[in-house]
Write a protein that binds this ligand. Sequence first.
Ligand code: ATP
Length: 253
Amino acid sequence: MTQTAATTATTADLTARGQALTVQGLSVHYGGVRAVDDVDLTVPAGQAVGIIGANGAGKTSTLKALMGLVPRRVTGLRLGERDITKVKARDMVRHGVGYVPEGRHVFPGLPVEKNLYLGAYAKPWNQRVRTAADEVYELFPVLGEMRNRLAGALSGGQQQMLAIGRALMSQPSLLLLDEPSMGLSPKLVDEIVQVLQRLSAQGLTILLVEQNAKLTFEVTSSCLVMENGVVAMTGTSEELSHDSRVRQIYLGL
Ligand code: ATP
């Protein structure tokens, strides 16, 4: 498959327009269950925004709905100025959106390197794909060391790195991450924080969904707090990290 200039958003393209992602009136229902109810959010180009919330708050459903992976209702959905309400999930990557799903979903029977190459499926196969893999190995040296190892033989932390690396292979302008800290040791969580900070400093726009509020505040500049499918609070990460209710409920302080 080939990539066309008409459908590919570049970072410069998005930065020039201010907002990388604009979402208005997003709702998700599973039968009678209201998982997400009329959520608005914006992610400024080049910034990292977080969505925190407890189990079942609607965070994963929000990301899946943005990707078009679950049925949704949405009033407005734009990447930069481009209306993407009709873009199918499989085409989101061509619009510059990378997605790291909850639970990693690496291909266990394939080697690490093949998993990475699958992340570049929307690119024509050429030297740029190898260069993208080298960039992932630079970010996660352990993946370079294990490039011929089956993904199923990696630890949970290594699989998380692989899932992030695979999403980076398409050289996205916007990266959506769903609970990258899930099941990881504190040391590995710190490693993920450092990588996300580094990607953010390089100008990648990030939307991070997490139960781990501490990690989220370390990576993002602003956050939404979701409760029962709605946005209960918004603010800068600095403000929210000092809010007494957030400290009590989400930081356990
Ligand atoms: P977690 O941190 O546990 O992933 P979350 O904040 O991401 O939680 P969601 O997974 O989006 O929350 O779930 C929101 C609500 O939707 C919950 O009540 C959940 O039980 C429900 N839900 C999620 N997926 C489905 C589904 N496929 N069918 C029915 N209900 C669902």
